[in-house]
Design a protein around this ligand. Structure first.
Ligand code: NAP
Length: 300
């Protein structure tokens, strides 16, 4: 499995495993541990979390599995996020849905994540969403304290536009090492609005969330999904690929910004199939056919 170097002493596997849906998989901790080990055997060592996943349960489920084999911790990279506050029976003190990127909230959130994940450190902490009420001095202060205490190695953001990224970066002594973005043939916003250009300009590889559009590319009956399915199937035949999802991943992987797709499935056969798409090279005709099929018209 290729790796992407994000700092001198930090690299991610090219594919990342996402744990947003872990609670839905209804696994015992032994089954989750078996999945983690199979994912790692496929060369995927980077795992993506957020405090809020599964209404604040997914980090615990992962941590309970990891506690069965703590030696795995140093062979993997753990990413988690903070900054969204959700009302939940697991957080009775949360009254409303809002964002909080204050120093106090970030530090409390990381301490909860460390307890849940049963680890002493987070490899990369992301601010989950841009916060219109952010005081960037406080956010940067939280980064400094967490780094000094050895609790977080590196920092990044998610869903930030270029101006939001640059603004926070200007307050922080630590380089923001990635921006986790919604990127798929179905969802082109970040391709079109300059967000990916900013990643290219600053040589900051983005992580791609919902690379298969959360499954909508297979199931939705809207015009765009139907159009894309037929184009993706045509390209799949041309490339003799095992399934359409490999062509979707290849479309992202072939982009020069060094996109790292986050796989959202808990099924090991789908995860292995994703890893096989690393060898698929699309030509310009194929890449643009997929783009134009999503746009619904030719490029000008
Ligand atoms: P995704 O890969 O786009 O979607 C996964 C869904 O697609 C699953 O329900 C899966 O079903 C289904 N699927 C996969 N392959 C399929 C196939 N061949 N045919 C039919 N259905 C298929 O990814 P995602 O789960 O939406 O997101 C991935 C990760 O991104 C999350 O786990 C999370 O870590 C991260 N994320 C981040 C943000 C953010 O704001 N930063 C937001 C959303 C997600 P099965 O489970 O049955 O395989």
């Amino acid at each position: 499995m290729d790796r992407i170097q994000l700092a001198e002493d930090l690299s991610f596997s090219r594919f990342i495993h996402g744990l947003w849906r872990l609670n839905d998989w209804n696994q015992s901790k032994e089954e989750t541990l078996a999945l983690i080990e199979e994912v790692m055997a496929a060369g995927i060592t980077t795992f993506d979390h957020a405090d809020i996943y599964g209404s604040y349960t997914c980090e615990d489920l992962f941590g309970d599995a990891l506690a069965l084999k703590p030696s795995l911790r140093d062979q993997m990279e753990i990413v988690t996020k903070c900054g969204i506050v959700l009302p939940s029976q697991n957080r009775p003190e949360h009254k409303t849905h809002h964002y909080n990127t204050s120093k106090k909230h970030i530090i409390t959130s990381v301490e909860n994540s460390l307890t849940s994940l049963k680890t002493d450190y987070i490899d990369v902490l992301l601010i989950h969403r841009p916060d219109p009420f952010m005081d960037p001095e406080q956010t940067a202060d939280a980064f400094s304290q967490l780094h000094k205490e050895g609790k977080v190695r590196y920092f990044g953001v998610s869903n930030f536009k270029d101006h939001q990224f640059s603004m926070l970066q200007s307050y922080s002594d630590f380089p923001l090492i990635t921006n986790q973005l919604e990127l798929s043939p179905y969802e082109l916003e970040n391709f079109e609005d300059g967000t990916l250009n900013h990643a290219l300009q600053n040589r900051i590889p983005p992580m791609a969330w919902s690379p298969l559009a959360g499954g909508r590319l297979f199931s939705s009956e809207d015009e765009k999904a139907v159009r894309l399915r037929s184009t993706l199937e045509k390209v799949r035949e041309e490339k003799n690929a095992a399934d359409v999802s490999q062509i979707i991943y290849a479309w992202l992987l072939n982009h020069p910004s060094r996109i790292m797709p986050i796989i959202g499935s808990g099924k090991i056969e789908r995860i292995r199939s994703a890893a096989d798409s690393l060898d698929i090279k699309l030509n310009h005709d194929q890449w643009f056919e997929i783009l134009q099929s999503s746009m619904g018209h030719d490029v000008p």
